[in-house]
Design a protein around this ligand. Structure first.
Ligand code: UD1
Length: 456
């Protein structure tokens, strides 16, 4: 992770000239959970279609520090695979320094507690998107019979006789808590019933794989998940884990296609995981062709024969509210706000999942966006706006992974060159974004912050 790197982006001045094909990588948020789930197995497991991103590397390093083995290999199916082997794990103390960079590390606590009856971990870090408590994890472990000691931001959780199946109703829908307690329950004694669960496809992806390897999980993808514990019988790697395509990356590129591309084909994706997003965009006038595993977006016109690069404004989407799956995802909120700056009229966006997820709006305003922050959860956007660029001595700053994509998108829409800093946050969740954009015809350079000027 190089925190000094920045992007220099030559804007397209509102023209939709990019063109080409993007192949969607495996979902980070699925692969991370499968890496944690590997702790439940009696030997090495193979995870296929794992994206190359720094969050994956960070979690791999945390597992290595515990004594586990994580190796990258070329997949026989093409793409990138990981071998994760928990056999050598000698410690259940999650590294404080590594975990502070990544909230996702908290998912290790379930499998570690389930298998080793103990886990010590710091309050996890992660993107700066408001308060991100872990009360649902803690109260879940307590209900499963574990003792929790928390001091100086480090939790020490143990269940000497192993955790026991129980009924847990989440007071709030949480992706991480659903997955982590589901994994904790796999090796437990007895039956666990989780109510008010998140229903994200990534949860189903992991649950189906665990079932193929000896777990008994039913209801993943619905709001009630039932896990019949194996009573300490470890799972065996009968099948490799196949990571589903990343729906957030897919949605990000659909929006990029609508705003910057004449024609963009997004392949190896799951359009059925993105229906809330594509529905809104189609209503707003974005032309797209949706297949079973691809989406072609025609930002420049109606179809392939229309070779113009029209950049007329899209129709207003007056109200968007982020929601748990299958609703409109919070992780696409910031790219969607950039889209709304290119629609004619005034829209309201309500962030229902995380408070504090509008920090990036200041960067869009610097480029000329007309956005008012009504309160920490609601903004008003007036469009359409032609973005300009910044003076040479000013920079756009990235605050979190998805907002990073939004800022890059805004810079691409602008009229001149923009410098974007903190791009290591983008690298946490987008695989080689700059290379992909260059392959579509964008002018984007990755440079060292301290030495390079904005020359392209
Ligand atoms: C996951 C995704 C993230 C996405 C988010 C919501 C990963 C690695 N990250 O994050 O990209 O933005 O789902 O779709 O998969 N909460 C509590 N107490 C808890 C846990 C959560 O109050 O113990 C709250 C959170 O503060 C938030 C809400 O629940 O307001 C939803 O968060 P959650 O679904 O847990 O997000 P993550 O799993 O961290």
């Amino acid at each position: 992770m190089d925190t000094k790197e920045l992007f220099i982006i030559q804007g397209l001045a509102g023209k939709r000239t990019l063109q080409g094909t993007v192949t969607i990588n495996g979902a980070k948020n699925s692969a991370l959970k499968a890496m944690a789930a590997a702790i439940l197995f009696d030997g090495p497991v193979i995870l296929e279609n794992v994206p190359e991103m720094s969050d994956i590397e960070t979690l791999a390093n945390i597992i290595r520090k515990l004594g586990g083995r994580v190796e990258v290999k070329k997949s026989e199916r093409g793409g990138r695979a990981l071998i994760v082997d928990a056999t050598g794990i000698v410690s259940t103390d999650i590294d404080v320094g590594l975990a502070k960079n990544m909230r996702g590390s908290v998912v290790l606590t379930g499998p570690l507690l389930g298998r080793y009856k103990n886990v010590k971990f710091p309050t996890p870090g992660g993107c700066v998107i408001g308060a991100r408590p872990i009360n649902l994890f803690i109260s879940g472990y307590e209900k499963m019979g574990a003792k929790v000691n928390g001091r100086d931001c480090v939790y020490d959780i143990s269940a000497d006789k192993g955790i026991k199946g129980t009924g847990i109703t989440f007071e709030k829908i949480s992706v991480g808590a659903t997955e982590t307690l589901m994994m904790a329950a796999v090796l437990a004694k007895g039956k666990t019933v989780l109510n008010n669960c998140a229903r994200e496809p990534e949860i189903v992806n992991v649950a189906e794989w665990l079932n193929e390897c000896g777990a008994s999980i039913s209801g993943a993808g619905t709001s009630t998940i039932i896990i019949q514990g194996t009573d300490d019988k470890l799972l065996s790697a009968k099948k490799s884990f196949i990571t589903i395509p990343d729906r957030i990356t897919t949605g990000s590129y659909i929006i990029l296609g609508a705003l910057c591309a004449k024609k963009l084909t997004i392949e190896n994706c799951r359009p059925d995981h993105l229906e809330a997003t594509t529905k809104l965009l189609i209503e707003s006038g974005v032309k797209m062709k949706i297949g079973e595993d691809f989406i072609t977006v025609y930002g420049g016109g109606d179809d392939e024969t229309d070779g113009t690069t029209k950049n007329s404004a899209y129709k207003l989407i007056s109200n968007i509210r982020t929601q748990e799956y299958p609703g409109f995802p919070t992780d696409l909120q910031s790219p969607m706000v950039v889209f709304l700056t290119q629609c004619a009229g005034e829209s309201v966006v309500f962030e229902n999942i995380f408070e504090g997820r509008f920090k990036y709006v200041d960067e869009l305003i610097k480029l000329g966006a007309d956005i008012t922050i009504a309160d920490p959860r609601e903004i008003l956007i007036k469009g359409p706006t032609l973005f300009h660029c910044l003076p040479d001595d000013e920079e756009l700053t990235v605050h979190d992974i998805r907002a990073g994509f939004a800022v890059v998108l805004a810079a691409l829409l602008g009229e001149g060159k923009s410098r974007v800093t903190n791009i290591y946050l983008i690298d946490r969740g987008y695989e080689k974004l700059d290379e992909v954009l260059r392959s579509l015809g964008a002018k984007i350079k990755r440079v060292q912050g301290s030495t390079s000027g904005p020359n392209h």
